[in-house]
Design a protein. Structure first.
Length: 116
């Protein structure tokens, strides 16, 4: 019998059309997180007006590594898992980016992506 994956994925859409997800996808998951996010966004369709992100774990590590190397926060956010999910699904405009910390050492990273 195969062992179960320790992955987790949850998505919701609030009454204002803000899509929020929680993803903790392990390497042994049979489905990639980016595909799960795409399925969830497809389910909500045109009711999804924006993607609200809150970068944690590997996502935050990627952002911090890139900003420590001199990339702007606006460029680095596009290279994170959340940024890739957003742009792959047509949410290519960064509406806002709330940051706490300094380049390479951000402790809170909250982007909001919208469609152009």
């Amino acid at each position: 019998m195969d062992e179960a994956s320790e992955s987790l994925f949850s998505a919701e859409l609030d009454k204002h059309g803000t899509f929020t997800m929680l993803a903790g996808i392990t390497d042994d998951s049979p489905v990639k997180g980016i595909d799960l996010a795409g399925r969830a966004l497809s389910h909500f369709g045109s009711r999804a007006k924006r993607i609200n992100g809150n970068l944690i774990a590997k996502n935050r590590d990627t952002f911090n590594r890139l900003t420590a190397a001199g990339m702007s926060p606006e460029e680095a956010i596009l290279e994170t898992w959340t940024g890739k999910v957003a742009t792959r699904n047509g949410f290519t405009t960064l509406e806002s980016l709330k940051l706490v910390g300094t380049p390479g050492n951000y402790t809170k990273i909250e982007p909001i992506f919208v469609k152009p």
